[in-house]
Design a protein around this ligand. Structure first.
Ligand SMILES: C[S@@+](CC[C@H](N)C(=O)[O-])C[C@H]1O[C@@H](n2cnc3c(N)ncnc32)[C@H](O)[C@@H]1O
Length: 301
């Protein structure tokens, strides 16, 4: 295969990528040309907030073609377009054949939550010391266990749920996973003995993933949209982001049973005070864990 690599300004990236697709590129990928430099600008806002900008100031656009002849033909036609005056060819190079499936799989290896609790992709054998295992492959919904926010929630579940069969269920009680993504936290709670679990999300792909992942792990839970959360729960887990967590404060707290726990993640260390303030009318949030700049905040009812 042959790859064309091009540079273009923000106002040309849509036209350039559409034209490459129209010129039969097998794939077109777009990256921030200023990534990891002083000129890099963050693009992604939090859910419900407008993005700070709609595109990178400069994009590096790569297009794959089946052969050198096809790549050159596409380049000739591209260079004849008026808009291309603002763009630049960075290079054209052969791409070595790879086993892409194997390469992708190699990026996801078993994740240790505690020495006995592991998240393991289906193409790996669980490590010998793993006693509790969630089998999970990367999919459409967030939550593979690689992100620190997910890992801290799972570690909390493991600590709280740790015990023999007669005590684990009592420890976690009825569980609500609010913003379930792949369902990883709900499945983790089930693995640690919880039997009455609601997993909810605004994204239908997340609800679908949660159902499939729960089946694959042979655990029972109910997955649905947020209005499926009803009544109170001994454990309420929400790994979302600071802004929605602040908006959701009265709702999430209304679901925490007397004597129950609220566990919040998706919060940067620098956002601790604003979260404490947002939840102050209901409870006293404390920082119970931290990893790589992210914190876990919890409160008891
Ligand atoms: C960071 S992911 C967490 C996924 C998983 N629980 C984990 O810990 O890895 C956040 C999830 O929250 C969902 N979400 C965002 N805002 C939400 C809201 N207001 N109500 C319910 N779910 C929401 C997103 O769709 C996404 O699946």
């Amino acid at each position: 295969m042959f790859e064309l690599t091009l540079m273009c300004p923000e106002n040309r990236v849509g036209t350039l990528s559409d034209t490459l697709e129209a010129l039969d590129a097998l794939s077109v990928s777009i990256e921030d040309a200023d990534a990891q430099t002083d000129a890099e600008q963050a693009l992604f806002g939090e859910p419900g907030m407008p993005p700070p900008k709609t595109g990178w100031q400069r994009s590096r656009v790569s297009a794959l073609y089946a052969s050198e002849v096809l790549a050159k033909e596409a380049l000739d036609l591209l260079q004849a377009q008026d808009f291309f005056a603002d763009c630049q060819l960075l290079g054209m190079q052969a791409v070595a054949e790879q086993d892409w499936v194997r390469l992708t799989q190699s990026q996801f290896t078993p994740v240790e939550i505690t020495p006995e609790f592991w998240i393991v992709p289906t193409w790996h054998e669980p490590p010998a010391q793993a006693r509790i295992v969630i089998r999970l492959d990367p999919g459409l919904a967030f939550g593979t266990g690689t992100h620190p926010t997910t890992r801290m929630c799972l570690r909390w579940i493991a600590q709280r749920g740790h015990g023999d069969e007669s005590t684990v269920n009592h420890a976690l009680g009825r569980v609500l996973d609010y913003g379930c993504g792949s369902g990883i936290l709900a499945i983790g709670a089930a693995k640690y003995g919880a039997t009455d679990i609601d997993a909810v999300d605004i994204d239908d792909a997340a609800v679908e993933s949660t159902v499939l992942n729960a089946q694959a792990n042979q655990v029972h839970l109910k997955a649905g949209f947020p209005d499926a959360a009803t009544g109170v729960y001994q454990t309420v887990l929400a790994n979302i982001l600071a802004t929605p967590l602040k908006v959701l404060a009265p709702l999430l707290w209304s679901h925490v049973a007397p004597g129950g726990s609220l566990v919040l993640a998706g919060i940067l260390g620098t956002q601790a005070d604003e979260l404490k303030a947002a939840y102050a009318p209901y409870c006293q949030l404390v920082i119970s864990d931290q990893q790589e700049g992210w914190i876990l905040m919890t409160a008891s009812n």
